[in-house]
Design a protein around this ligand. Structure first.
Ligand code: SF4
Ligand code: FES
Length: 243
């Protein structure tokens, strides 16, 4: 591992709130330390060189999904990316494409995920005639719980949205994160929606039939979620709904 070298960061800078500001790349240099992540380097740059640098983080442990950005051309989490990964010591940072830019490396993934949840109705639809708040929750088969848990691991970082060429070309495409979350409810035996109900939401070019299977989502998802498997699963379900 290279240590004690000087790293050069080329960072996208633009604040849409400042009138007259123009997008530009700004160069910074910093001494690398053992085990340094891109996230640590960004914090040091902000503390020591430029307090106006904007980027997001909460957990520093790959759990909150806030620190996603494009690092040397690949969308990923800054807190899980070691600077030692780059032998040339040159690191270019860009904000995730496909989201509203807040400033510099900070994008509004929260707004995107909220709108997606409203559009796809990403919440459990139980049997409303059978609601009894005093009744104990019915146990779920361990196999079903495990399948749902697998899909619940999404941290809403937005990487799969930025890595998807279809999504970048067609804004209305729901993207892998939308399909993953919808598959979670389709698999849930407590959800009363039928295949036809799901078909009305994603049985079109903005949903499962618009995916070109480029698999940027699966290749870049920091939680290694099984996008290919879920999209294929939904496609089969939607195809059956057609016959
Ligand atoms: S599916 Fe993966 S890449 Fe997409 S938002 Fe969730 S954790 Fe991030
Ligand atoms: S800071 Fe939470 S995932 Fe990186």
């Amino acid at each position: 591992m290279s240590q004690g070298r000087t790293l050069t960061f080329n960072i996208f800078r633009y604040d849409p709130q400042v009138s007259g500001d123009k997008p530009k790349m700004v160069k910074y240099q910093i001494e690398e330390t053992p085990g340094m992540s891109v996230f640590i380097a960004l914090n040091l740059l902000r503390e020591q060189q430029d307090s106006s640098l904007q980027f997001d983080f909460v957990c520093r442990a790959g759990i909150c999904g806030s620190c996603a950005m494009v690092i040397n051309g690949f969308p990923t989490l800054a807190c899980r990316t070691l600077t030692s990964k780059y032998p040339q010591g040159e690191i270019t940072l860009m904000p995730l494409p496909g989201f509203e830019l807040i400033g510099d490396l900070s994008v509004n993934t929260g707004k995107f995920m909220r709108e997606l949840a409203e559009r796809l109705k990403l919440w459990l639809h139980p049997d409303q005639d059978d609601v009894d708040v005093h009744r104990l929750e019915a146990p779920m088969a361990p196999e079903e719980a495990a399948r749902l848990y697998e899909l619940e691991r999404c941290v809403e970082c937005g990487v799969c949205v930025s890595a998807c060429a279809t999504k970048q070309m067609r804004e209305t495409f729901v993207g892998a994160v939308g399909m993953m979350k919808l598959a979670r409810f389709e698999l849930d035996s407590r959800d009363t929606r039928s295949v036809e109900d799901f078909y009305h939401v994603i049985g079109n070019q903005d949903g499962v039939f618009g995916c070109m299977t480029l698999l940027g989502c699966q290749d870049n998802c920091p939680k290694d979620l099984p996008h290919m498997q879920q999209i294929a699963y939904l496609r089969r379900k939607m195809a059956v709904a057609l016959v």
